[in-house]
Design a protein around this ligand. Structure first.
Ligand SMILES: NC(=O)C1=CN([C@@H]2O[C@H](COP(=O)(O)OP(=O)(O)OC[C@H]3O[C@@H](n4cnc5c(N)ncnc54)[C@H](O)[C@@H]3O)[C@@H](O)[C@H]2O)C=CC1
Ligand SMILES: O=C(O)CCC(=O)C(=O)O
Length: 449
């Protein structure tokens, strides 16, 4: 396993102590600190003036009550969060997650990762993340609307196009962004299009934002495969999840000749040896908001559903974890390696445990960390902000071309940085260092703030 340089150990100890009981944040911080030993050996100036300590401490954390009234006229209370992690490169930028597992540690790890991811895009965006422990599963459309409105009644005073620009994440898509944007507009009496991204096309959204994270992940994998002289053509792919990221990763992988044989949701996974029928998955998930288990009866033929279990037991050459954090552990990684996986890319944020990452890297499996591989979503959000600022609306092709170019550049930056620091092929190290250096340069220029 990798280790944290002894000069950085006290910083890690402070992070662990100051953020007790937040294992996901510890995991994310440790991984970045493991990469930084080589940077400070070459650039000791980056550890001056407690720069790394400051990078590990969020600029602001907001926790608030979200009361709302359910369909039975009962008052419900949830907790809302926004962690404004780092604004050295631009306004805080990052999604909002609605899921019962949300707590301050989860939002903090996501905001931390977002800071380096956003830096990798090369666009002027800082890092932040928000969310609530609200569970959208089984809620009526009216309940979702009332919850989103109440959430925004507090959040609106903390955000703005030059301050903090939230977007979607797990449990938050165009419907929820619409309800939140509507309430923001009413509270502020201002049509501030750039305050949220992931908006509907008719009121300032960007073409290709919905597709961007999944498409971007597959663009990244294509570049990674090209380094080894190969491509998607005819390769078996397994994609976990069947939400926004998973669906559009599957779409782009299929368009590059990949064969998707399995996908999942939190209940279980489906295997379809004829190749997943993506239009059917979209109908079940995007239109009906149903369960992936419904696929089997609707599709018929040679496919089956496995309740619970591990989707990583399905043999594949390319694995794309696109559901949630720590969904792929060391045991799963071992099975994937034994079954001949050649590339793994994190469409989700931190879906692979440190043990899994270590196993992939030791087995020389190409491994793309989320902060690089899934940066296409936030990059396209930044393109949405550009369109809003210039009161313009780009074509799908123009937006997708920009996305492709950005992902190609991110791949190159990670690859070249790993080479430069003597760790050829280590995309984790490359992404951490390339992202860190941009944030660090901006922070140094701005003094101790
Ligand atoms: N939406 C975006 O633009 C971006 C999302 N991400 C990350 O991608 C991941 C997925 O997000 P979205 O697709 O937006 O969310 P989503 O809400 O559209 O879909 C989430 C999917 O994951 C599944 N899932 C959730 N918990 C699970 C579990 N414990 N086991 C198996 N499946 C589970 C859900 O059933 C659903 O299919 C998250 O880690 C998110 O932070 C990263 C970058 C951008
Ligand atoms: O589009 C955005 O601003 C945020 C996307 C996001 O939440 C992520 O990259 O994890």
């Amino acid at each position: 396993m990798n280790t944290v340089d002894e000069k950085l150990q006290p910083i890690l100890s402070t992070v662990l102590h100051r953020n007790a009981g937040e294992p996901e944040f510890h995991q994310a911080a440790r991984e970045v600190l493991e990469s930084l030993g080589r940077v400070i050996a070459r650039h000791p100036e980056y550890s001056d003036e407690a720069l790394i300590e400051r990078i590990c401490e969020p600029e602001r954390q907001i926790i608030f009550r979200v009361p709302w009234i359910d369909d039975n006229n009962q008052v419900q209370i949830n907790r809302g969060f926004r962690v404004q992690f780092n604004s050295a490169l631009g306004p805080y930028k990052g999604g909002i997650r609605f899921h019962p597992s949300v707590n301050v540690g989860i939002i903090k790890f996501l905001g931390f990762e977002q800071t380096f991811k956003n830096a990798l895009t090369g666009l002027p965006i800082g890092g932040g993340k928000g969310g609530s422990d609200f569970d959208p599963k089984g809620k009526s459309d009216r309940e979702i609307m009332r919850f989103c409105q109440s959430f925004m009644i507090e959040l609106h005073r903390h955000i703005g196009e030059y301050v903090d620009v939230p977007a979607g994440d797990i449990g938050v898509g165009a419907r929820e962004i619409g309800y939140m944007f509507g309430m923001f507009k009413r509270l502020n009496n201002r049509f501030e299009a750039g305050v949220l991204t992931g908006k509907g096309l008719v009121y300032g959204g960007s073409r290709a934002r919905k597709e961007a994270t999944g498409f971007g992940t597959v663009f990244f994998v294509r570049s990674m495969l090209a380094v080894k002289g190969t491509d998607f053509e005819g390769k078996r792919c397994v994609v976990s999840g069947s939400g926004n990221v998973a669906i559009y990763a599957m779409e782009k992988a299929i368009s590059f000749g990949g064969k998707i044989v399995a996908c999942s949701d939190s209940g279980g996974y489906i295997v379809d040896e004829n190749g997943i029928d993506l239009e059917l998955v979209k109908q079940i998930k995007e239109v009906n908001r149903g369960r992936i288990s419904e696929y089997v009866a609707l599709r018929g033929g040679n496919c089956h559903y496995v309740e619970g279990g591990s989707i990583w037991d399905v043999p594949c050459e390319i694995a794309l974890p696109c559901a949630t954090q720590n969904e792929l552990n060391g045991k799963n990684a071992k099975v994937l390696v034994e079954n001949g996986v050649i590339a793994v890319a994190e469409g989700a944020n931190m879906p692979c445990t440190p043990e899994a990452v270590h196993l992939f890297q030791s087995a020389k499996v190409m491994f793309a960390p989320g902060k690089a591989a899934n940066a296409g979503g936030v990059a396209t959000s930044a393109l949405e902000m550009q369109q809003n600022a210039s009161r313009d609306s780009w074509s799908f092709a123009k937006t997708e071309n920009r996305l492709e170019e950005i992902m190609t550049n991110i791949h190159a930056a990670c690859h070249e940085t790993a080479e430069e620091y003597g760790a050829s092929g280590d995309y984790v190290l490359g992404a951490n260092i390339a992202g860190f250096v941009r944030v660090a340069e901006a922070m140094r220029a701005m003094g101790v703030i």
